[in-house]
Design a protein around this ligand. Structure first.
Ligand SMILES: Cc1cc2nc3c(=O)[nH]c(=O)nc-3n(C[C@H](O)[C@H](O)[C@H](O)COP(=O)(O)OP(=O)(O)OC[C@H]3O[C@@H](n4cnc5c(N)ncnc54)[C@H](O)[C@@H]3O)c2cc1C
Length: 428
């Protein structure tokens, strides 16, 4: 991670662009700006880059693995000395105006220093486990590790709670290169920046808020992001989509707009959930060729080139499409199977159908709603997404609204151009 770092307290770096958020949008903006010769500082609050895309099993419409898109960007970051990556870092305060911002950062401790070679000796010696955030708590991981199989940078991090324990101190002697530092502290720094790209993305809507669907109370009701992890061979079940009792799936339902387009929960359409569920039917079909699949939908949103993807999925005769927003999910206590209850709006027929697994297609909430841009003059739309408010701070990707990956990449290339223009103004 040797970088030509333009960060220096009190030292001007007027042409430097700050990118906040290291998902597909932030990565794209960072490499595009750096490849035309701008210095870029990319800050990411997690220990690794990649954002939500790193958690997907495959991408629609091509159904390739996220490694294709991410690895190319990691290489572009790795090979470009103009990009400085700061993980576990968040922006505390932004002051100034286009061309001349002063930004205060806080870098949280990793408890593992830059000498780490990811050899794994510390993890082997560590007995403590924590919930695996990357797998949405579906599994446990060692309290020291590199997060997931595609993590970049491939450097270990330690859980802050574990770092306080005597067991963490014992790992200091285990590391062959002296990388373990349980007493590492947070660092604050100040940057001088010409423009800022805000790409903090989204978080899955909390399905437990949708009380009638019983997520968290009724067994075998899961979410679209959890099934991405389940289907992944590096995921919590080694790639096998299973019920919580380990039984196979013979009959699965996807409920679209779970909480979305509903003023009680998330009033807007997240635009990708229909496509994500269609994609996930292919995960089920690959593993269970005879499985029955049902999709409950209000209306299907597969715009433009995605219509062809929908046609491809519709060719699967084992999928039943029911136009309906289910009223609720009950539990069959004996079989631990969810029962989906509602009315087919095309036929008026009521149903109460039992499934092995129900997948709630929950939408995307903007991270920015919980953690707004710490600058004055910013505005947000009715749903909490960033509405670009100042010329020097540009929003992109899912920080500005629900987007697919290709939309995020296009918007981020445009954001890089705007940031470069602000940097050019800084030159005077
Ligand atoms: C179930 C599901 C399946 C999907 N499948 C597909 C698919 O197959 N194909 C497709 O095209 N799209 C898919 N999408 C959409 C895709 O996930 C998004 O397009 C993509 O994640 C957008 O990238 P982003 O960088 O804007 O946001 P994110 O991926 O959310 O990345 C944002 C990054 O910013 C970081 N961050 C957040 N806050 C801060 C902060 N304050 N400071 C620093 N860093 C911060 C986060 O940790 C994260 O790394 C799917 C979405 C869902 C819900």
């Amino acid at each position: 991670m040797a970088r030509r770092c333009v960060m220096a307290d009190g030292q001007a770096a007027s042409q430097t662009i700050l990118v906040v958020g290291g998902g597909m949008s932030g990565l794209t903006a960072a490499v595009e700006a750096a490849e035309v010769g701008r210095d870029v500082i990319l800050v990411e609050k997690r220990p690794y880059l990649g954002g939500r895309v790193a958690q997907l099993n495959k991408y629609f419409p091509k159904l390739c693995t996220p490694a294709c898109g991410l690895e190319i960007n990691y290489q572009r970051v790795r090979n470009n000395p103009r990009i400085t990556v700061l993980t576990l870092t968040e922006v505390q305060e932004i002051q100034g105006s286009e061309g001349d911002y002063t930004v205060r950062l806080r870098e949280n401790p990793r408890f593992v220093n830059e000498k780490c070679t990811a050899c794994g000796e510390c993890a082997k010696a560590c007995d403590a486990e924590v919930d695996d955030e990357f797998n949405f708590g579906l599994s446990k991981v060692k309290a020291v590790g590199n997060g997931h199989n595609m993590a970049y940078p491939n450097r270990y991090a330690m859980s802050p709670e574990f770092a306080k324990t005597p067991e963490a101190e014992k790992l200091v002697a285990v590391c062959p290169v002296g990388a373990i530092e349980p007493k590492m502290e947070a660092k604050e720094s100040t940057l001088h920046i010409s423009s800022i790209i805000w790409a903090t993305g989204w978080t899955p809507y909390d399905a437990s808020k949708i009380r009638p669907y019983g997520y968290g109370r009724i067994p075998n009701v899961t979410t679209n992001m959890r099934i991405e992890r389940m289907a992944n061979k590096f995921g919590p079940s080694g790639g096998k989509i299973v019920r919580d009792d380990g039984k196979e799936i013979k009959n699965v339902a996807f409920i679209q707009c779970a909480g979305s387009r509903d003023h009680n929960y998330l009033p807007f359409c997240s635009r990708i959930c229909c496509l994500a569920s269609m994609k996930q039917t292919t995960y089920v079909r690959e593993q269970f060729p005879d499985a029955k699949i049902t999709i409950y939908y209000i209306d299907l949103r597969a715009m433009d080139r995605y219509e062809a993807f929908q046609k491809k999925i519709e060719a699967d005769q084992g999928i039943r499409w029911i136009k309906s927003k289910p009223a609720r999910i009950d539990a069959d206590l004996e079989s631990r199977s969810p029962i989906v209850i509602g009315e087919d709006t095309l036929t008026g027929v009521r149903y109460a159908d039992k499934y092995d697994l129900v997948v709630l297609a929950t939408g995307m909430e903007p991270n920015i709603a919980a953690s707004p841009v710490p600058a004055s003059g910013m505005t947000y739309d009715a749903y909490g997404f960033l509405a670009n408010a100042t010329t020097g701070i540009v929003g992109t990707g899912c920080a500005t609204g629900p987007q697919d990956v290709s939309g995020s990449v296009q918007a981020s290339t445009a954001a890089a151009l705007k940031a470069i223009q602000s940097a050019a103004k800084a030159r005077g």
